[in-house]
Structure formats: structure tokens, C-alpha cells
Ligand binder design. Structure first.
Ligand code: NAG
Ligand code: NAG
Length: 421
């Protein structure tokens, strides 16, 4: 991980006295009149406040530096060794990346004082960017006592800042309980760009691949909203841009021209009606016709029509499954019009399998893409996190506090499982 070692930012030389972050702060309000009786976990207030800080900071993809800097400071104060892993597109000076606030970086951290060459066994990771637009943090308790039923809303409150907060608190808890044998057994990684291209995770993956001696990671635990279920995997992905070339003419004489719109509609309908690949575990490959454009006027036979489509691939393998699907799609297009249809496809990847055979977890498969595919290697992959993907990119993104607290427990269990404890 040369990139990392070259960019030591803040070493644990700050060696502060252990912060009593786990200390329970009274919830305020008399216990007898709490509206819902639930067991307030010792870390509740730290979890809520960390999550609030993360959601309060706007971090739409490509603008993640402020939230990244928050995490650098937060973890450094708590005796973690913290590195900024800059993305190569940011400006660099002769001595390394510039301190330009807009430079984009992943946050890499591990507990303790083992210096710049950690040998983690388990990577605990999620992403710090969100989709637009920014939606401010809002909590349903309105100053009354917080409890497990408290609903927390805001952009990123689920995807994926709930995972980030729960992962950090889980690691704190395990360290506090001395359940992690060697401090640097666990590494935290919070990447940028997951919602767009996965560039943050790819930079990390490339750095790991180059490291000598190699990083012998046993497992990576990815935090994304899975409703607290352990994902057995998720669908693959591809997208295509389709262009149809027709022949313009007067709309009264359609037989003298060739309608690009008509060809495109027939082709897309046939694509949607075709089984492009299905499996018992992942269901059907689905295609979203996201963009359609064609023609110039109602009374002119359209000469050109275009569409952008995105597919969710239900068959494997990870390397190659989506190629099978794209080949079938191209056959369908050609069966409609051998010559007039052009296409450009990003082949993507087939289904991504994750390990889900762990006691105490419900399991599920996910229909969305993640960074799991962007981190290459032989490590075991786990995908797990609080909140539902069904609200994640919408205006009502929110989750209950108890789901985030359950996820702290879930991450603790997964980390220990992955460490082989
Ligand atoms: C890089 O530096 C150039 C020139 O100083 C500046 O215009 C540009 O905005 C910088 N880019 C980033 C990503 O900081
Ligand atoms: C998959 O598609 C077939 C039709 O091709 C349909 O009958 C079936 O219900 C679909 N399965 C799922 C899980 O959506």
C-alpha cells in the first residue's frame, strides 16, 4: 500500500489518554415516563451523535472531503492511526498530494500505534459519499428522550452513513472489551465515489494489489443497507447506449422513410420481453430503459433515436456473467434490425457472491450494485448493514435507531466471525 505509506498524515504520536467515549450519558428525562421501554445501550449516545455529525455534513459524490476530514479528526482523537488515501485525479505537488480541500480521499484507519505497516486480517468498510440532493438531518424525538423507535431521517442517514457509524462503534466496542487480539487485526476503510463509479474503492484495491509484502486480508465486511440481513450476494450490472439510424421523410408517406423511433421501440420492447438470464437465487435479469430520445417533429419520420439502458444481471459468474447477458441483448437487437442499430455497452459484472453462512443472521440477496466487486482479491466478502435500500435514494431516507443499534451488534458478530474468534 505504497500510496498509504507515502501519505502519513496523522500518526498516533498524538497518543492521547483514552477518551471515555463509551461512557453512558444520561438520556435526560425520567426513566419511568419514557414512552417506550427499551434497554438503552451504553453506546447509544455516541452512536447517535456520530451518525448525526456524518449526516449533517453534505457529501454528495465528488464533494466528500469535509466528511472525510471529519472522520480523520474523529478517529485520530480516539487513538487510531489515520491516513488519507488521495485519488490520483486530485492535484499533486512534488512532495505528494496538495492540501487542497477539494482533493478527494479515502479514509483508512486502524487502532493503536503499530505505525505505517499494519497487517489487518479483516477490513471493515463502507462509503462516505451520498446521492443528491442534500436533505438535512431530522430526528423524530424533537428533544424528548431518544429510544429505539426514534426515527432518524436525512440524506445518507441510511446509505451508508448508518453503516459507517455502526461499524466504527462496533470496532470501538470490541477494542474496549479486548475482543480483538492484535489491535491492527481490523482496518477501517471509508471510501469516496461509491454512488458514481466506485473510483474510491478501485484506488484502494489497486494499492492493496501493489503492496509488498502483500496484505493478507482474510475478509472484508461491506456496509450497505441490507435491512440487517446478511447478503448472500447481489445482482450484477451492465449498461448500454443504443442508437438507431433511420431515414427521414414526410409523415404522410411512412413507407418512403424509416422511423428510427419505431425500430427503437420494437427493439426495446423485445428486449424487455426476453429472458436475458435468470437463476433461482437472483431471479430475472431486469432492464431499465432510463433514457429515450428520438425525432424532431410530429410530422417528420424520425431519422435518429437513442436510448440508454441499465441492466441488473441475475446470472454468474462475476467475471463473464454480464457478457452472456449483453451478448443475448445484442442478438435481440440484431433480430429486430440487423443493420440500423448501433450499440455501445459497458459490460460490467455478473452476480457477486458473498458469504452468508454465519449463525444468527437472516439472509437475503440484493438487487443493487456495491463496491464489493471493486475490491479484487481472494478475501471472504460479507455484505451487511442497517436500513432499507427501498428508501435509500428517495426523499424519505430514514431508519429507526434500533436498526442501527442492531447493526452495531451485527458488525461485532461478523468481525469476530471473520477473525475466526
Ligand atoms: C488543480 O489545480 C488547478 C490549477 O492550480 C486548479 O485550477 C484545479 O481546480 C485544481 N483541481 C483540483 C481537483 O483541485
Ligand atoms: C421472471 O420472469 C418471468 C417471465 O419471463 C416471470 O414469470 C417471473 O415471475 C419472473 N420472476 C421474478 C422473480 O420476477
Amino acid at each position: 500500500m505504497q500510496v498509504l505509506t507515502a501519505q502519513l498524515l496523522l500518526a498516533s504520536s498524538l497518543a492521547q489518554a483514552t477518551v471515555a467515549w463509551h461512557e453512558q450519558i444520561p438520556l435526560g428525562g425520567v426513566p419511568e415516563i419514557l414512552p417506550v421501554v427499551d434497554k438503552a445501550l451504553s453506546y447509544r449516545d455516541d452512536l447517535v451523535s456520530l451518525h448525526k455529525s456524518l449526516v449533517d455534513i453534505q457529501s454528495i459524490s465528488f464533494d466528500e472531503s469535509e466528511v472525510g476530514q471529519f472522520l480523520v479528526d474523529y478517529l485520530t482523537e480516539r487513538d487510531f492511526v489515520v491516513y488519507k488515501q488521495f485519488l490520483p485525479t486530485s492535484n499533486k505537488t512534488a512532495s505528494g498530494p496538495s492540501e487542497d480541500d477539494k482533493a478527494r480521499f479515502n479514509v483508512v484507519a486502524w487502532p493503536g500505534s503499530r505505525g505505517p505497516r499494519p497487517f489487518p486480517k479483516v477490513l471493515v468498510t463502507s462509503h462516505i459519499d451520498t446521492v443528491p440532493p442534500f436533505i438535512p438531518y431530522l430526528r423524530s424525538d424533537h428533544g424528548r428522550a431518544i429510544n429505539g423507535e426514534t426515527v432518524i431521517a436525512g440524506r445518507g442517514s441510511v446509505d451508508a452513513k448508518a453503516s459507517v457509524a455502526a461499524q466504527i462503534i462496533a470496532v470501538f466496542e470490541l477494542l474496549e472489551a479486548e475482543e480483538i487480539e492484535r489491535e491492527d487485526d481490523v482496518m477501517l476503510l471509508f471510501v469516496v465515489g461509491e454512488e458514481r463509479s466506485g473510483d474510491g474503492m478501485r484506488v484502494f484495491s489497486d494499492a492493496v494489489a501493489r503492496r509488498d509484502p502483500p496484505l493478507e486480508l482474510r475478509a472484508a465486511i461491506f456496509g450497505e443497507p441490507t435491512e440487517g440481513k446478511l447478503a448472500c450476494g447481489h445482482k450484477g450490472f451492465f449498461d448500454c447506449e443504443i442508437t438507431v439510424h433511420g431515414k427521414a421523410g414526410h409523415s404522410g408517406y411512412p413507407w418512403l422513410g424509416k422511423s428510427a423511433n419505431e425500430v427503437l421501440m420494437r427493439a426495446l420492447t423485445k428486449v424487455l420481453d426476453t429472458d436475458l438470464g435468470s437463476s433461482e437465487e437472483y431471479g430475472n435479469t431486469t432492464v431499465n430503459v432510463g433514457l429515450l430520445q428520438g425525432g424532431v417533429a410530429p410530422n417528420v419520420i424520425p431519422e435518429k433515436a437513442t436510448s440508454k439502458i441499465a441492466g441488473r444481471v441475475a446470472i454468474g459468474p462475476q467475471d463473464g456473467g454480464s457478457q452472456i447477458v449483453v451478448d443475448r441483448l445484442i442478438d435481440v437487437l440484431k433480430s429486430v434490425d440487423e443493420e440500423g442499430i448501433e450499440y455501445q455497452c459497458y459490460t460490467g459484472y455478473g452476480v457477486v457472491k458473498c458469504e452468508c453462512d454465519v449463525d444468527g443472521f437472516e439472509t437475503a440477496v440484493m438487487n443493487y450494485g456495491t463496491d464489493v466487486a471493486n475490491f479484487r482479491g481472494t478475501h471472504t466478502k460479507y455484505l451487511y448493514g442497517p436500513g432499507s435500500i427501498l428508501v435509500a435514494h428517495g426523499p424519505d431516507e430514514a431508519l429507526k435507531l434500533k436498526d442501527m443499534e442492531d447493526a452495531v451488534e451485527g458488525y461485532k458478530k461478523l468481525i469476530l466471525h471473520a477473525l475466526g474468534n
